[in-house]
Design a protein around this ligand. Structure first.
Ligand code: PGA
Length: 260
């Protein structure tokens, strides 16, 4: 696991966007795993800027989103369908038919989840998965206690997640209780993982994920088992890392590192 700490949210977002751009420049038909929430907004803004100003091309890209609330229609302002369209997809040149987001409105969730998993596989698997982290240490909606081999499924949200996300709704009671989410096992099959975290309220979860034991109680800790994962942090999210000096030293000396 590589840990990259930047002073600000903007710098963190730009560094993560460079990683995505690097992939698209070498593999224009890459499959990207997308995340929602406030964390990746800066990354999406930077990708949109790279598209507009530097011709970053999404015409052959396919995307799979991590999760969706159950019960919200795609045009609901708090649905992740709406979020992705407004904050990213409508600003780039990705073909509509290449966009996959879990349905929060299906009559058969089990069948939908199996189809979603199969679709990921048919598209060749996810090349790069973008991830945020919940203040309870979740990735996607894999709440504490989730199996580290879980697949896409219906999940009940933890109280802490409902409280955290209440800021986007008029009142806490409006936050959906269920979501469809990729599983930890699904996420671990992506060829590369980028986890982003900013703000002091993520410092505990970040430290637990990066330096704590691998546990289903902090599902982001499963990234420790992935061969190619990078954690991008801003200064305040990195506030509780014990090995902070080590990560900073690596970042500082990178240009002088031996070329193997
Ligand atoms: P946030 O959510 O980016 O809105 O903080 C992250 C998450 O819950 O995964």
């Amino acid at each position: 696991m590589e840990v990259i700490i930047k002073k600000t949210y903007e710098e963190m977002s730009k560094a993560a966007a460079q990683e995505v751009a690097r992939l698209l420049n070498t593999k224009p038909n890459a499959v990207l795993g997308m995340a929602t929430g406030s964390t990746p907004l800066g990354l999406y803004q930077e990708l949109v800027r790279l598209h507009r100003n530097e011709g970053l091309d999404f015409s052959q890209v396919t995307t799979f989103n991590l999760d969706e609330y159950v019960g919200l229609l795609p045009d609901h302002p708090q649905s992740y369908h709406y979020f992705m369209h407004e904050n990213f997809f409508k600003h780039i040149n990705i073909p509509k038919q290449n966009i996959y987001i879990p349905s929060g409105n299906t009559s058969n969730y089990q069948a939908f989840c199996s189809w979603y998993e199969a679709r990921i596989e048919e598209c060749g698997g996810i090349d790069l998965q973008i991830l945020g982290i919940g203040s309870d240490g979740h990735v996607a909606f894999n709440e504490p206690g989730s199996s580290l081999t879980s697949r896409t499924r219906l999940k009940t949200l933890a109280k802490q997640t409902i409280d955290d996300n209440a800021r986007f709704f008029d009142k806490a009671e409006d936050v959906p209780i269920y979501a469809i989410t990729m599983g930890v096992g699904t996420i671990l099959e992506a060829r590369q993982l980028l986890l982003l975290a900013n703000g002091e309220n993520k410092a505990w979860a970040t430290a637990a994920a990066v330096e704590g034991p691998v546990t289903g109680m902090v599902t982001a800790s499963a990234l420790q088992m992935h061969p190619l994962s990078t954690v991008f942090l801003d200064d305040s999210a990195a506030g509780q890392l014990k090995m902070r000096e080590y990560y900073d030293w690596i970042e500082e000396h990178r240009p002088g590192a031996p070329q193997l």
